[in-house]
Design a protein around this ligand. Structure first.
Ligand code: URA
Length: 206
C-alpha cells in the first residue's frame, strides 16, 4: 500500500525542496518539517497498551506504546529524516545501512550495516528521502528480512512510480509513505521533476 500525504504545509515545503535556488540550511529545515509529518503518519497504527498512571490528583487510564520501533536511515540522504523521527518517536532505537549507487550499473552496493537486535514484534521504519528505482530499499528490505524483520514500513519524501511498483510487487506487505509521488525516472535514474540529488543538497556538496 502507498500513502501519499496531503497537507498544505507539506506542499509548501516541497516547493522549497524542489526549487534549485534553495540553499542547504533552508533545504534541511524543509526536509526536517516534512519528516515530522511523515513520522506522525507512519506511526498512526502503532498499537498502544492501556496502563494506569498516577496523576497528582488520582489514578487514571493512559496509553503507551509498547511496540519496539527501530529507525533505519539509508546513509547518506536518509540521515536527514532521522532526527525528526527520533523526536516524534522518542523511545525508538536506530540502526544504519550504507548503500552507494554504482553510477554505471545504478545498482545499490552495501558498505555499512549496523542495526539493533530485532524480533517479530519490532516495527522497522526505513528512512530514505528519494524512493527512485527502489534498488536501495529492496536491498535494505532483503537484508532486514535475513535479520528476522517482519514488520517494515518505508518513509520517503519523494517517490517515483517505478520504485513504488517494484517494492509493491516484491513486498506487498510493506507499506510506503511518501510526501509526493512524482512522474517518472529519467535515463540517469533521477526522479522527475524531483529535487535533484538529495544527499548533495542536504549535505551542501552540490
Ligand atoms: N537519488 C536522489 O538523490 N535523487 C533522485 O532523483 C534519485 C535518487
Amino acid at each position: 500500500m502507498i500513502t501519499v500525504l496531503e497537507h498544505p504545509l507539506i506542499h509548501n515545503d516541497l516547493k522549497i525542496l524542489r526549487d534549485k535556488s534553495t540553499q542547504t540550511p533552508a533545504f534541511r529545515e524543509a526536509v526536517n518539517r516534512i519528516a515530522l509529518h511523515l513520522a506522525v503518519a507512519v506511526t498512526e497504527d502503532i498499537p498502544v497498551s492501556e496502563v494506569n498512571v498516577d496523576t497528582p490528583l488520582e489514578t487514571t487510564i493512559a496509553y503507551e506504546i509498547t511496540e519496539k520501533i527501530v529507525l533505519i536511515p539509508i546513509i547518506r540522504a536518509g540521515m536527514g529524516l532521522l532526527a525528526p523521527f527520533q523526536q516524534i518517536i522518542p523511545n525508538s532505537s536506530s540502526g544504519y545501512i550504507g548503500l552507494k549507487r554504482n553510477e554505471l550499473t545504478f545498482e545499490a552496493e552495501e558498505y555499512f550495516f549496523s542495526i539493533p537486535k530485532i524480533d517479530d514484534d519490532t516495527t522497522i521504519i526505513i528512512l530514505e528521502i528519494m524512493l527512485a528505482t527502489g534498488g536501495s530499499i529492496v536491498n535494505t528490505i532483503n537484508r532486514l528480512l535475513l535479520e528476522g524483520a517482519s514488520k517494515i514500513i518505508i518513509a520517503s519524501v519523494i517517490a517515483a512510480p517505478e520504485g513504488v511498483e517494484k517494492i509493491m510487487t516484491e513486498f506487498p506487505e510493506v507499506n510506503i509513505y511518501t510526501a509526493a509521488l512524482d512522474r517518472e525516472l529519467n535515463n540517469l535514474k533521477y526522479i522527475m521533476p524531483g529535487l535533484g540529488d538529495a544527499g548533495d543538497r542536504l549535505n551542501g556538496t552540490v
